[in-house]
Design a protein around this ligand. Structure first.
Ligand code: NAD
Length: 444
């Protein structure tokens, strides 16, 4: 099939590349001319494991193309995916300006029957708005609008797209349904379902899934905070409860709050949808409040350790991306934590395997970004671990001890085993577990 994907970010580029991988002719469109030029030159503008192989193969085999010219992509396309940003607008609701703007453009460009698929995360009722925007200049028998929310996770996006747990498709048109079924068939050969439903339910499914996951993390963060107070170990509690098949093991890891480009804005957007429909979604409000508070937990621990005075301290930060295996720093808890530490007069020396360039653009010289994880430790009073990159899990502790002023670690992701770390450093405080103090290491 001939496909156009409008918006070539984390979702659009993965979507386009994976559809090319299954033999389709794909044109990816973006308004960012610089980004398009880089992709035309064979460069991938984001970090996403495994994407390079597919990108290279499909551009080489002439199935994957990039352009800023929407009309040329539309002329060929049987299906057009909208993978455009839906950031929080004024008041926090999803801003539909990008989606409706492109829908308006399409209404003047489409000349034969085309399926318009909304892949962005959008509030209930958006497909009707997109339909209305298209119908302004286009006969209704020349298009159908489908809601096809995307569930991929950054860092695992290629795998998630190639082997999805399920594909959700919201449409009331048989013609569009057939086209979507045909397109997605190669991705569900192992028997995972393509679930057809109405447009509103599809739109709601995405928000329900993300809000539930955010709530699950938030619940565990509350359990962890309570574990600290009652002297329990959240690691054991997590395993003890997660092995119940009704609960399941995934998404039970406590930390310094959820972040990223999706959970915060999607939880907020769903809360606003509830308000618009006069429903008091009390739980969502609590989730948002608790998550904000959780971003302060590590700073509180650091402040308490230094008896309220952080000025002049140097703190090394390991991990800036909102989670491992991505360079994405949108709404990353690390940034909230760094901002608070800077306000209290701390000097920050930070390292992340992939997110440094993005952080440099927003922080300039307000923090020091180092070449390696160990360089961040030079002369540091303490280390704060904020993103659980695998590379941080087994450091060379001799090196760490030789670089830091004192071996004091605040771990926002429970990266280390308590007994082992207790042997290695002077002071170790994590989330929902006992504080480890090692007096034999104090005199280094
Ligand atoms: N990132 C994720 O993990 C993820 C997962 C599932 C769903 N989503 C949803 O998918 C949507 C896209 O997210 P993303 O992370 O890929 O966004 P992104 O910001 O990475 O990418 C959006 C792209 O759209 C381009 N763009 C903006 N206006 C345009 C226009 N008029 N024409 C062409 N291109 C235009 C931008 O230049 C950018 O390259 C959002 O609704 C998001 O909530 C994201």
């Amino acid at each position: 099939m001939h496909i156009a994907v409008v918006g070539t970010g984390y979702v659009g580029l993965v979507t386009g590349t994976c559809f090319a991988e299954t033999g389709n002719q794909v044109t990816c469109v973006d308004i960012d001319a610089n980004k398009v030029a880089r992709m035309q030159a064979g460069e991938i503008p984001i970090f996403e494991p495994g994407l390079d192989l597919l990108f290279e193969r499909n551009t080489r085999q002439n199935r994957l193309h990039f352009t800023t010219d929407l009309q040329s992509a539309v002329d060929k396309a049987e299906i057009i995916f909208l993978a455009l940003p839906t950031p929080p607008g004024e008041g926090g609701a999803a801003d539909l300006r990008y989606i409706l703007g492109v829908a308006d453009d399409l209404s003047r460009m489409i000349k034969r029957y085309t399926v318009i698929v909304d892949k962005s995360t959008v509030p209930v009722g958006t497909s009707e708005k997109v339909h209305a925007a298209l119908a302004r200049h286009l006969s209704e028998d020349l298009f159908d609008v489908v809601s096809n929310p995307e569930f991929l996770r950054e860092g695992l996006a290629v795998d998630d797209f190639m082997k999805p747990d399920r594909v959700v498709i919201g449409t009331s048109s048989d013609r569009a349904k057939k086209a979507m079924q045909h397109l997605y068939q190669p991705f569900v050969r192992q028997g995972n379902p393509i679930i057809f439903m109405d447009e509103r339910s599809a739109e709601m499914t995405k928000y329900a899934a993300n809000s539930y996951l955010a709530a699950r993390i938030t619940f565990m963060n509350e359990i962890a905070n309570l574990c600290e107070r009652v002297g329990a170990n959240v690691d054991m509690v997590r395993i003890g409860m997660g092995t119940d098949t009704r609960i399941g093991k995934r998404f039970l890891f406590p930390g310094v709050g959820y972040g990223g480009s999706c959970f915060p804005k999607d939880v907020q957007a769903l809360a606003i949808t509830a308000e618009e429909f006069d429903y008091d979604f009390a739980m969502l409000k609590t989730v948002m409040g608790v998550n904000e508070r959780q971003k302060g937990v590590l700073v509180d621990k650091i402040r308490t350790y230094y008896q309220g005075d952080l000025s002049g301290k140097t703190i090394a930060v390991w991990g800036l991306a909102f989670k491992p295996n991505t360079d994405d720093i949108r709404e990353a808890p690390a940034l909230a934590i760094i901002d608070r530490l800077l306000e209290e007069g701390v000097r920050i020396q930070a390292y992340d395997p992939e997110a440094m360039e993005n952080v440099r653009q927003s922080y300039g010289d307000r923090i020091t970004l180092t070449e390696t994880a160990y360089d961040a430790l030079d002369g540091a009073d303490a280390l704060a671990i904020i993103t659980e990159w695998s590379a941080f899990r087994s450091p060379d502790f001799d090196e760490l001890r030789s670089r830091m002023k004192e071996t004091v670690i605040f771990d926002g992701r429970n990266v280390f085993d308590l007994d082992e770390i207790g042997q290695e450093v002077q002071y170790y405080d994590s989330i929902g577990r006992h504080v480890m103090k090692n007096s034999s290491r104090s005199d280094q």
